[in-house]
Unconditional design. Structure first.
Length: 439
């Protein structure tokens, strides 16, 4: 299984780390059985299978028929937390943004999503969607929390955070790390300590965790990017009105599972087993007494979480406009990312702002500093900038001379072409190029 190989490879990388782990690693180091840690100068990488060691799902009264399955958050699909967070010029609120994907990672390696659902209104906790530990499963059967993981506090002790927000700032509990009372929180539920360090505080009511991002994050498709993908094996389920989850068991090897529920006083269950090769066999016993079975193929890598995956950023053969799945032409890339790149927030993207984005992306990707972005660097853990996903997805097109790597000049040339079209009020698509015809 790919998962197994990625796990083994990350374990090896983790074991080979020498020197002192960054401070950001401290809370995660309390859960060595659950997380693998790796790091470089910029990021801490947190690997996990996405399954916590506490009972899951029990207590949910608003259930979408998703169940927990292990994920492969390892290597390039691990959680990346900036080691040197940078305060954003304008922070972004989680009240109006980030309804897709995680906004934080708990110390046990489980992602934490926005407490507000993708409809922008529903509080998942108040709506009964969460289990006794504040979690549930997304559309890829990926388990995640939507509120603070208070149950980790005992093992972490008062001085360590419950987890980290994806902008790289820690999330502490109800008291300061030294035990003193919390004062003066901003709208994201954070503040700067006497020592000059910013952090968030979790709470028992909204925002529950970080209420947004004080620090810089890059955004793609409405979520913080880069972040791991969950791996669905079946179609997403529908709500099962009146169902309440009453029990959940998992075998020691995490291959066999049983979820029990009741609906209108009758019992139902989902038994499922991960077969060798990675497909999953499900047996559904329904409250009406019927039983059905199905075996899911091992899924393709797609986004999990609480909403349908975004339309894939398809390459446009021959330079045709890229289409959303609803048939509408895509907005030019610059317009989609204007807000993030518009550093002075004047609603326009200046040539200087475009170039700043290019330089930030280039230096971020060029890990070995040789003046070129290799495809390996482009597919690496990534860089926090709006252009990062663009470079990854359009590597061959940006590599105009077909040398197999991207030079700063090549990236600048593409960015300037896009910017010139944008400044003339036109869209941009790559010109017909022989490299596009390759399979
Ligand atoms: Zn969720
Ligand atoms: Zn504080």
């Amino acid at each position: 299984m790919i998962e197994e190989a990625d796990y083994q490879a990350m374990k090896k990388k983790s074991a080979a780390q020498t020197g002192v782990a960054p401070k950001t690693a401290e809370p995660f180091q309390k859960f060595p059985e659950a997380v693998l840690l790796d790091w470089d100068e910029k990021y801490l990488y947190v690997g996990s299978d996405g399954l916590p060691d506490h009972p899951m799902m029990v207590g949910i009264t608003a259930w979408q028929q998703q169940v927990p399955l292990p994920q492969s958050y390892y290597l390039r699909n691990a959680w990346s937390i900036p080691l040197h967070p940078v305060p954003a010029a304008n922070g972004m609120s989680a009240k109006t943004n980030f309804f897709r994907g995680a906004i934080a990672v708990a110390a046990n390696g489980i992602p934490i999503f926005n407490p507000i659902k993708n409809d922008g209104r529903t509080d998942t906790f108040l709506a009964g969607e969460l289990d006794e530990y504040g979690g549930h499963c997304g559309r890829a059967d990926d388990y995640h929390y939507h509120v603070a993981p208070w149950h980790l506090a005992e093992r972490l002790g008062p001085s360590l955070p419950l987890g980290y927000a994806l902008d790289g700032y820690p999330i502490y509990g109800l008291a300061e790390p030294d035990g003193s009372t919390v004062n003066g929180l901003d709208s994201f539920h954070g503040h700067t300590s006497a020592a000059g360090e910013y952090h968030y505080h979790a709470s028992k009511s909204y925002p529950y965790i970080n209420g947004g991002f004080h620090g810089e994050v890059s955004i793609g498709g409405g979520q913080v990017e880069p972040q791991p993908s969950a791996n669905p094996v079946r179609q997403a389920g529908d709500p099962l009105p009146g169902a309440k989850i009453t029990g959940f068991t998992i075998s020691a090897d995490k291959k066999k599972y049983e979820l029990d529920y009741s609906q209108n006083g009758r019992k139902g269950s989902v038994n499922y087993e991960i077969l060798p090769g990675g497909s999953v066999h499900f047996t559904f016993k329904k409250p009406d007494g019927t039983t059905s079975e199905s075996t899911s193929e091992k899924g393709k890598q797609r986004k999990g979480g609480d909403r349908p995956p975004p339309p894939p950023d398809r390459k446009a053969p021959g330079g045709t406009p890229q289409m959303e799945t609803n048939g509408q032409p895509r907005k030019p890339w610059i317009e989609n990312h204007l807000k993030e790149m518009d550093r002075d927030q004047d609603g326009k993207l200046s040539r200087e702002e475009m170039m700043a984005e290019v330089n930030q992306t280039f230096t971020g990707y060029d890990a070995d500093g040789d003046g070129k972005i290799s495809s390996e660097e482009a597919n690496g853990p990534g860089v926090r900038s709006s252009m990062a996903g663009f470079v990854k997805q359009h590597f061959t097109e940006v590599d105009a001379d077909g040398s197999g790597s991207i030079s700063l000049e090549e990236l600048k040339a593409v960015a300037m072409k896009m910017w010139e079209k944008y400044s003339r009020g036109e869209g941009f698509s790559f010109p017909r190029s022989p490299t596009l015809e390759k399979p």
